[in-house]
Design a protein around this ligand. Structure first.
Ligand code: ADE
Length: 250
């Protein structure tokens, strides 16, 4: 996977993604990352990339031409026209399945906006995907691009070791991950759940599945609606909810 990030702050992208698992994958050559400075494509005296909005109003707008030339330079270099993701709070909200799907691409271009936005005409011409990382407004697209790159990269084959790779991780099957424990067995008078010390593999697996279901029910009931529970598991969950209600009433 080759990432190309069009930005006014290339150092932010370069510094943010070279550590830990993503850094290791870049060293191995499974991933590559290129930050393209849009300002390098502003062919005027002061390398200006923004201007006042037509129609008036607050703030400045990033101009079409430098963004287009930065995009065209990437396409020319790699000889293809990859998908272009524009980071914007107006986009479709990013989720795990989107990360999985984007991980299948060979190249991805991320376009990071600043100021009040980017001239609509260049967006119409080059953007294939409008993506938001959540319903809040950030000062620019760099952090959202980094969030997406981190999440997509985990889904690229070879990036996670076998141990790290998560079939049983949060959002697999629309369930949250079960709780984890490590040594010591007792910490601040809190004990590790007995079943995890039992060495009984099937019981451990069942307990983890149940914990995932309970957690999702408590914290993300919206996800649980989409989770594929068996009829038996739904019945068990209803029973647990009933018990909990009775406990809180007594
Ligand atoms: N740019 C500013 N806020 C954003 C958000 N929430 N998601 C993606 N891009 C953004």
């Amino acid at each position: 996977m080759n990432y190309h990030v069009l930005t006014l702050f290339p150092e932010m992208i370069e510094q943010g993604l070279h550590t830990s698992i993503i850094g290791r994958a870049m060293q191995k050559g499974i991933l590559s990352l290129e930050a393209v400075n849009i300002r390098d494509f502003a062919f005027n005296k002061h390398q200006k990339v923004d201007d006042y909005p037509y129609g008036g109003g607050a703030g400045m707008v990033m101009q079409a031409e430098p963004v287009y030339l930065a995009y065209a330079s990437v396409c020319e270099k790699i000889g293809t026209k990859p998908r272009v993701i524009y980071l914007t709070p107006q986009g479709k909200v990013f989720h795990q399945a989107m990360a999985r799907e984007l991980a299948l691409e060979e190249d991805l271009i991320f376009l990071c906006g600043h100021y009040e936005g980017i001239d609509e005409r260049v967006l119409e011409e080059i953007v294939t995907d409008y993506v938001s990382i959540g319903d809040y407004v950030l000062t620019g697209g760099e952090l959202p691009a980094m969030v997406m790159i981190d999440s997509i990269s985990r889904m690229v084959p070879g990036v996670l070791s076998n141990q790290e790779s998560g079939e049983t991780e949060s959002f697999a099957g629309n369930l949250l991950e079960y709780p984890q424990y490590s040594r010591p067995e007792t910490w601040h008078e809190r004990k590790v759940p007995e079943v995890l010390l039992s060495g009984h593999h099937a019981n451990v697996e069942r307990w983890r599945r149940e914990q995932s279901i309970l957690r999702t029910d408590k914290w993300r009931p919206d996800l649980l609606k989409k989770a594929d529970l068996t009829g038996k598991e739904w019945a068990w969950l209803h029973e647990q909810r009933k018990k909990q209600r009775e406990n809180s009433e007594s």
